[in-house]
Design a protein around this ligand. Structure first.
Ligand code: NAP
Length: 454
């Protein structure tokens, strides 16, 4: 529920109620996040969103003291709240920024959970932060909170700033070095983007990470879009990466501790992260891409069927495998169709199957390896489906196809060489016809990579 100030005046809470305040607020994931926490922990409360500007904040605060037991703050209110707090956590005093407030008998106690949330999020991606050199891009509210928590964990932190003045101001508050964006050099292990650069799909990365050869992890505090250009660069360079969704969920878990003394397990955190990534991908599928299905394409053995089933399960979609659909309609294996009627007959059946897919909704469709090599099939599928290319390396394809007996195109001598030349011929065509190209860094969870890319 999103209320403006006038609507909040008329609002009567039915049970314990928490709110997130800020402007703009419509795209905040906090209401979904805390509703999930409530379901998982069994703590019964409502969580609403309030659209409040800095001018409206004093009036909203007066009402909050009557109607709420706590609230979160987002841009641009994290600093606005400071003079109104009756008590402030040490980190809040240091960083002059609060994102969580507990209301107790009309008194306000402010906390900041962004920094500790981010430290936990980094630890999901790296075993230790000990002896790591961390560079934070930006010196605003998030950077202060993050730097403060990292320094408290014993990490050496530098911030990248646009002016000497900003750098000096930052270093006077927190024991961090500063560097101007133009002077960044190669001595960092972990890079954190705490600027808003990347929030627009067409933003360039805030820095060129090829300058930083030592990097082992890139974290972007932005989670919408899920895959900023900075994260794409990290992925393409084989560097571990993550977006700000994990920080959002983990900072939310700390807020729950302050409001309700809730102890939230890692399993709950993991399950909520998966749900939020899935619901964000579904929203982007419809709103950004204007599509209602997902089509997976790529070379035989790239995992279209296995990954497709897992993806459908994660996002609550149906699953259709085009080859299986054709086999069940013809009551015959594909190898048999090929040997009895020839490849061209099979391709006609495949075209009809693609056409049928235009009537589907909320479905993940796994295509055959040759389906979109016919460009008209790709055009038919793209009418209402997002065409995603699962771009696997050749050595992985070799491994996956070992011992395969049900693929007519592999019924040849010198299979190894045949696979290689077919792979080289088809890969550029998948790339050209698909709307998204997903690669899979070692150890990556395939469904997660796809959800991040949508
Ligand atoms: P902020 O207080 O406005 O600070 C932004 C910082 O970025 C400032 O230091 C600003 O520099 C710098 N900056 C802006 N544009 C830049 C550019 N083009 N090049 C270099 N630096 C630039 O914002 P914030 O509250 O810290 O938030 C920063 C980002 O973190 C936002 O995208 C926000 O959504 C995200 N965030 C995520 C979470 C989460 O839970 N995932 C939590 C908090 C924040 P100047 O001072 O020179 O203008």
């Amino acid at each position: 529920m999103v209320l403006n100030l006038e609507e909040f005046k008329k609002f009567t809470p039915k049970k314990k109620t928490i709110a997130v305040m800020g402007k703009p607020i419509h795209h905040s994931l906090s209401p979904i996040l805390h509703t999930e926490f409530s379901k998982e922990t069994g703590i019964d409360f409502d969580y609403i969103a309030l659209e409040v500007s800095p001018d409206e904040f004093p009036a909203a605060l007066k009402l909050a003291k009557e109607k709420l037991c706590g609230f979160n703050l987002t841009m641009p209110l994290k600093q606005t709240v400071i003079p109104y707090l009756d008590e402030a956590d040490k980190e809040v005093t240091l960083t002059q920024s609060a994102n969580t407030v507990v209301i107790n008998n009309g008194r306000l106690h402010g906390y900041t959970t962004d920094g500790v949330g981010l430290v936990d999020a980094l630890l999901l991606k790296t075993e230790t932060l000990k002896n790591k050199a961390v560079l934070i891009l930006g010196a605003g509210g998030a950077a202060r909170s993050v730097a403060s928590a990292l320094v408290a964990s014993g990490v050496v932190v530098s911030v990248a700033v646009r002016s000497e003045e900003k750098g000096k101001a930052f270093s006077s508050i927190l024991p961090c070095n500063y560097v101007l964006f133009d002077d960044i050099y190669d001595k960092y292990d972990i890079l954190i983007n705490a600027t808003p650069v990347g929030m627009n799909d067409d933003d360039l990365p805030p820095i060129d990470i090829s300058k930083l050869q030592r990097l082992t992890l890139v974290y972007d505090c932005i989670y919408n879009p899920p895959m900023t250009k900075l994260l794409r660069d990290a992925r393409d360079s084989g560097i571990a990466y993550d977006n700000g969704l994990s920080m959002l969920v983990l900072q939310g878990a700390y807020s729950e501790q302050y409001w309700f003394s809730a102890d939230i397990s890692n399993a709950v955190i993991d399950s909520i992260m998966r749900k939020l990534r899935a619901s964000q991908a579904l929203a982007r599928l419809a709103e950004v891409h204007g599509k209602s299905n997902i089509v997976l394409t790529g070379f035989m053995g790239c995992g279209k069927t296995t990954i497709g089933k897992m993806l459908a399960d994660a996002i609550g979609f149906d699953f259709v495998d085009l080859d299986e659909k054709i086999e069940s309609e013809q009551n015959m294996k594909i190898t048999e169709i090929f040997s009895k009627y020839g490849e061209e007959f099979f391709r006609k059946l495949e075209r009809n199957a693609c056409q049928d897919c235009t009537n589907l909704k909320h479905t993940v469709i796994a295509t055959g390896g040759g389906t979109v090599i016919r460009s008209d099939n790709a055009e038919i599928l793209k009418k209402n489906s997002l065409l995603i290319f699962l771009n696997k390396k050749l050595d992985e394809i070799y491994r996956n196809l070992e011992g395969s007996t049900n693929r007519p195109l592999l019924m040849v001598e010198n299979v190894h060489e045949h696979i290689r030349s077919l792979y080289e011929f088809r890969q550029p065509q998948y790339l050209e016809r698909s709307e998204l190209d997903v690669t899979f860094p070692d150890g990556a969870e395939p469904v997660n990579e796809i959800l991040l890319s949508i």
